[in-house]
Structure formats: structure tokens, C-alpha cells
Design a protein around this ligand. Structure first.
Ligand code: DGP
Length: 237
């Protein structure tokens, strides 16, 4: 039976160089004569994507749980497309995926700690903060990547790369919290994915110069260029 294509995800903080590196990978893979499809989340072209875009530009305010479910729904919109590309033998290279979903939502939710001042305020009038298990649930059973490369960079170094943009999460303290949750994901979630035998989580030091990062990433991508024998896994299953 023909091999299916590999599903590769690039994750990272804002300004980690993720999108640039994904584009370099795409060109290299294509130059080697392989078919590659690039997908970027959030995909802002769909109605759900447009709601996310409006939220990120602070043109609308939504509860953190609602935002989390929108980002997840946006990935589900493309789940069958991803599967169909993989079945056709195409390599799918994805800029952000469910791991960003967990990292950003958990970090954002911890921005405003629940007041311990009074029982009524803390438990009756406020919604619970987003926990890692809660955040994982809506993405459960999405196609699982064969490889996830997390481009790690300190928010301090990221700031030296021209600073953050105008979008809602692009602030140093938020990025610091996001990085902490990504570390936790690497330990817990990444390990779970590996244990289930359907993916690998690798951390790439993205604070180095661009070509060093490219070469390390290429080393991880190369073994997957000829496709994969095993069926596509499902996240967290
Ligand atoms: P990007 O287009 O890669 O710059 O992503 C836009 C912003 O959205 C960025 O700050 C990271 C954030 N983001 C990406 N995916 C998710 C997600 O699934 N959930 C949440 N809450 N934020 C996300």
C-alpha cells in the first residue's frame, strides 16, 4: 500500500520565527520534488476565523472559554482536509495547532487570578479558569501530528526582533506565561503523544541565527519526507 504523507506541526511563541521557518521548510521540501501543503492556524478566512480575527484585533470581547472553543472549531473545520491531503501522500506542514490552543488559552486565563477575598466572589460569580485538561478536550481526536517542532525563544530575545505587534496576546508578560505552559505541554502532553506512538515533540532553540534553526529543523523533517506507514493518529487518544 502507498505510504501516506507526514503531518508536521511547527509551534512557538510570537516572534519565534515559526512562519519564516515553515516557509523555508516548504521550499526545501518542494525543491526535493515532494508535494507539500501548508496550513496556518488560525485560518482567518472562514466565518469562525473572522470572529477570531476580530477578537485578536480587540474589535470584539469574548469569554476566554468561548475563544478557546472558536480556535478549536477552526481546526476542526480543516481536519478532514488535512486527512485527505495525507491520504493523497502529501506532506502537511502546519503553522500552529492544538498545542497553541492550550498554551494561549491557559496563559490568558491565568492573567486574572480568581479573587480569594470572599467565597461569593471567587466561586459563585466567576467562571473557573481554563485548566490544561479542560483546554485539551475540544481538540481531542483531531489528526495527530507525526512530528511537532516547538521553536523556543525567551520573550526577551523575541522583543529584540522588532518587538511585538498590535494583536491581543503580543505582550511580554503574556508571552512569558505562554512559554511556561508550552514547557508544561512539552513535559506532559508531548510525552503523552509520544507514548501513544503517534507523534514526537521536539524543542528547537529558536534564539540562534536563522540558518542554525533551519538545519536542526531539517534534520527532524528529513526522515519523514518519504511518508509514513502507520495510520494517522488521533490527538490524546
Ligand atoms: P499567528 O497568526 O500565528 O500570529 O497567531 C495569532 C495569535 O493567536 C497568536 O498570538 C497566537 C494566538 N493563537 C494561535 N492559536 C491559538 C489558539 O488555538 N488559541 C488561542 N487562545 N490563541 C491562539
Amino acid at each position: 500500500m502507498a505510504r501516506r504523507g507526514a503531518f508536521i506541526v511547527v509551534e512557538g511563541l510570537d516572534r519565534s520565527g515559526k512562519t519564516t521557518q515553515a516557509e523555508i521548510m516548504r521550499r526545501r521540501i518542494q525543491a526535493g520534488g515532494r508535494e507539500v501543503v501548508c496550513i496556518k492556524f488560525p485560518d482567518r478566512s472562514t466565518p469562525i476565523g473572522k470572529m477570531i480575527d476580530s477578537y485578536l484585533h480587540s474589535q470584539s470581547d469574548l469569554d476566554d472559554h468561548v475563544v478557546h472553543l472558536l480556535f478549536s472549531a477552526n481546526r476542526w473545520e480543516f481536519a478532514s482536509t488535512i486527512l485527505s491531503y495525507l491520504k493523497q501522500g502529501k506532506l502537511v506542514l502546519c503553522d500552529r495547532y492544538a498545542f497553541s490552543g492550550i498554551a494561549f488559552s491557559v496563559a490568558k486565563s491565568s492573567e486574572t487570578p480568581i479573587s480569594t477575598a470572599s467565597h461569593s466572589e471567587s466561586s459563585l460569580e466567576k467562571l473557573s479558569p481554563i485548566t490544561l485538561p479542560w483546554a485539551r478536550a475540544p481538540d481531542s481526536a483531531l489528526p495527530s501530528p507525526d512530528l511537532t517542532m516547538f521553536l523556543d525563544i525567551s520573550p526577551e530575545v523575541a522583543l529584540t526582533r522588532g518587538g511585538y505587534g498590535e494583536e491581543r496576546y503580543e505582550k511580554a508578560d503574556m508571552q512569558r506565561r505562554v512559554r511556561n505552559v508550552f514547557e508544561e505541554i512539552g513535559r506532559q502532553v508531548g510525552a503523552t503523544v509520544e507514548e501513544a506512538g503517534n507523534g514526537r515533540w521536539v524543542v528547537v532553540d529558536a534564539g540562534r541565527d536563522m540558518s542554525a534553526v533551519t538545519e536542526e529543523m531539517w534534520g527532524h523533517v528529513q526522515p519523514l519526507l518519504d511518508g509514513v506507514d502507520s495510520p494517522v493518529g488521533r490527538l490524546w487518544e
